[in-house]
Design a protein. Structure first.
Lengths: 477, 477
């Protein structure tokens, strides 16, 4: 993108922002506030950058006015939902205006006749789910951070998460968007209808655009009848190969699509489960799988859980635990959700990766990750959504290595990991996005002609490069 | 779009096309060939336009060379699959080059480990399905024209069809595309991975772009395990209101999502069923619904069929017929698929519309259609995919009216129908596309700012307006 030569936020601009949003919703002086909005969940201070001003609009009209002002004054605008992202997407790397949607947090409508919820972008995903449960409905997106992430962020990143094998990712459930464009128009794309071929699919161009093509101000979420039954099966294996071999087997010879198949290697599972004071045969375990199935018929769900358990046994599981009660099921998920926090606690120098390969390539990519860990003499715990080939390999700094060594080594390690992934027909992000963190690796998975398509779309919609600049697309060669 | 001032196809250009594709695959003289490629299934000669030359490339490289040539020489290129479209999308309205993908008809791979088929655009949809059946798999798209449509056309139009309530439309199953861009680059988007947030979702920008943003040369289709059981329930009602009231009831109080809910009004059902020599209580019937459910558990499928039958009875069905055998089920579908042909035979002056409304608005839109029919003193049979709110209202010329009257009246009638649809949160096309046929009505459902997004994307990717010009986007105001 051409323009990164922006103007600074002057007193006059601050005053106009205060006129738009109210002075209590514009912060430019308190360093604690600016620091809070300088980063997302990427644990690397070097990726952080404070904004010049944080604004918290309440309506689409206020968002549009801010974006129009930014276009007139040549100030970058970085939209932000909960800041729970993992690719630096919400980091204002050129300073300027940080636009937080946290005050746009209303569930506007739950339309049970059309099975659509209309929400603002600042609604916490779990809050929506809790409200839907009362109507016997659910939103099938299930990001691992659902307790604190916002639905607006889920849509901006096209979040995947734990239920994507069966239900698909966030985008499948987004049927309409009210969007403020990069030039400050308010547009309405899609809506409550379930089919629509009126022009290009702008809704799904916006989904996953990481705040670079528009700011969502209303989101139309497709709902499903909430399944009445679910079971979770935790299977422990002596080694990685046995565990991994069970993943495709459940779908092919088991002929069933579970809601989730989560993979956790020895380090990931043991550290998290021990931290939660769980008792498992830690000595002999090499890897763990967490399966979930759901449905409206208890017999079918239980039969499927049995099939899964049987296949795991056949593939060499050393222990199997089945949970049918909500509370027990959630206890299994707690282990899985604890992993990134444990890794973070273990080593502040680490990077959660998000590679995705065709499912049949899972054993091969896990083998490659082990080779890379050995070659670079560092730990790479692997956990994630094995059922859709999306693995969070997480290189950690070896405590015996210097920080300088880690920083030199990491780009090489990542490059090797990404190239192996690409070679297997995979790519560098399945659900966390490119943002700032992975931008410079895009050429490993896209040709210059393919990158040019991204550039052309971005320039066409945002000629001033005002909206979330410096993300996704590497500079021209 | 600016450019519609194209050059003509000269002898020199023909000679270059012959060099690219072989002279036997370039036709510019035989008027029968040119006529064959001058129209799709829109039954209106005024919408037809012969190309200057028909070319039939065999590979992505040949397609790219043709598009590059067209860019150099300023010749429009109109891509065409089977020509079974219903919006004039494949009509070469500025002449130039008609690019038929009919020779690119190979099923390249059925990858059972990754549940992905890789096919060329000229594969007949039913041929793919037959081949998949041998592997116990299926492609969940189910356009009504599957016996002759091509998968490339399904993707270009984002075809919906009979199974979309449960399975969604074509786009959901497209995980990757090899595309020749409007400027003649070959790009690879997505692939066999099931999750991907590497850059914008270009795959789904291409899906439904009606040949205006790219020509597909390879298509990665996601497969599902083929359901082992299905049942169809045909329910006849005394009046429209009772039938329509059963549609949302099945999904809300029945808590199940059928594979299909097809609506057929009295005229549609009776004409088609009589034509097929079926015996039904035609005297007393006002409307019919065809439900299908599928799954892997015979008990569950049969229970669901019973629930549907019970709800239909409760809503006043006068007769119900359940089919469990494939042959019987297909007999029901034959009636449904016969309808457009019967209407066409009945009156050459007619227009199959493709409006879609939120499902809860189905009764309201059906009432509006009846009012419009009365007001304009003409018949508007209604049939289509009631379960997703997508109704093929089909205005027919009243034989007592003059052709001139019909031609003056029709745009007014359509305008009224479209405005009522838009007012209910619906839009003018659910699955047939905009093409040339509906282009001039786009302003009824999209604002100028929304149309500008389409224009900007088209201009950015196709600066010379070479690829399928004159479709989808109305000229600037």
């Amino acid at each position: 993108m051409a323009n990164s030569d922006y103007a600074t936020v002057t007193e006059a601009i601050l005053s106009q922002l205060q006129d738009i949003c109210g002075s209590e919703n514009v912060a430019s002086e308190d360093p604690n506030v600016l620091r809070k909005y300088s980063h997302d969940q990427v644990p690397d201070d070097k990726q952080a950058r404070p904004p010049e001003v944080v604004v918290k609009p309440k309506s689409a009209e206020e968002v549009a006015a801010i974006v129009q002002l930014a276009n007139r004054e040549n100030i970058p605008v970085t939209p932000r939902a909960a800041g729970s992202g993992l690719s630096g997407g919400a980091v204002p790397i050129f300073g300027g205006i940080l636009l937080s949607v946290e005050r746009m947090d209303r569930i506007l409508e739950i339309d049970t006749a059309n099975l659509i919820a209309v929400v603002e972008p600042g609604v916490i995903t779990n809050r929506l789910d809790a409200e839907l449960a009362e109507h016997g409905l659910f939103f099938a997106g299930y990001p691992m951070s659902e307790e604190f992430c916002f639905i607006g962020g889920n849509v901006a990143e096209n979040a995947g998460g734990g239920r994507a094998i069966k239900y698909g990712v966030t985008g499948r459930y987004i049927h309409g968007l009210e969007v403020v464009t990069p030039t400050g128009d308010i547009v309405h794309l899609g809506g409550k209808r379930v089919k629509d071929v009126t022009g290009y699919d702008l809704v799904h161009l916006m989904v996953g655009s990481e705040g670079t093509l528009g700011i969502f101000t209303k989101i139309f979420v497709k709902l499903l009848p909430r399944p009445t039954h679910r079971t979770a099966t935790l299977a422990l294996f002596a080694d990685v190969e046995s565990a991994i071999s069970a993943v495709p087997a459940v779908m092919t010879s088991g002929k069933l699509i579970p809601t989730a198949i989560e993979y956790m290697d020895r380090f990931s599972f043991s550290s998290a489960a021990k931290d939660l004071k769980k008792d498992y045969p830690y000595e002999s375990l090499g890897a763990a799988l967490l399966f979930e199935v759901d449905g409206n018929n208890a017999d079918v769900v239980n039969t499927e859980a049995e099939i899964i358990s049987r296949i795991c046994k056949k593939k060499g599981a050393i222990a199997r635990y089945v949970a049918e009660q909500e509370k027990e099921i959630e206890e299994f998920w707690k282990i899985r959700k604890q992993i990134p926090w444990i890794i973070k606690r273990h080593s502040p120098q680490q990077t959660i990766e998000d590679i995705v390969v065709p499912i049949a390539e899972i054993p091969a990519i896990v083998a490659v990750i082990h080779e890379i860990a050995e070659k670079y003499d560092t730990m790479i715990p692997v956990f994630g959504h094995a059922g859709d080939g999306n693995l969070h390999a997480t290189p950690m700094k070896n405590p015996e290595h210097s920080l300088a060594h880690w920083e030199t080594m990491l780009p090489e390690l990542k490059r090797e990991l990404y190239l192996a992934t690409a070679h297997m027909g995979g790519t560098i992000s399945g659900e966390h996005g490119i943002g700032h963190k992975r931008k410079d690796y895009m050429r490993l998975v896209m040709s210059e002609a393919e990158l040019d398509l991204l550039r052309k779309i971005k320039s066409a919609l945002d000629p001033g490069n005002i909206l979330n600049p410096g993300k996704i697309i590497p500079d021209s060669a």
